[in-house]
Design a protein. Structure first.
Length: 71
């Protein structure tokens, strides 16, 4: 369930980035939509980071990659 939420949030980040890009290209002086799109992207990025941290510390997801040797 948490992995689906992470994927949906990542999708929202990509969507808002594309929306801001579209507003940047098509806008003729009005930057409110561009700033709103970028602000939502930052908001969803922070939300995604917090969700990943909470899921890791709660044990819902496990880290992968290079494991550190026990000292």
């Amino acid at each position: 369930m948490i992995k689906i939420l992470i994927l949906v949030t990542f999708g929202l980040i990509i969507y808002n980035l594309g929306k801001a890009l579209f507003n940047l290209v098509s806008s003729k002086g009005s930057s409110k939509k561009l700033l709103r799109g970028l602000a939502f992207r930052v908001l969803f990025s922070i939300l995604l980071f917090c969700m990943i941290l909470i899921a890791h510390f709660a044990g819902f997801i496990d880290p992968t990659g290079i494991s550190l040797p026990n000292q």
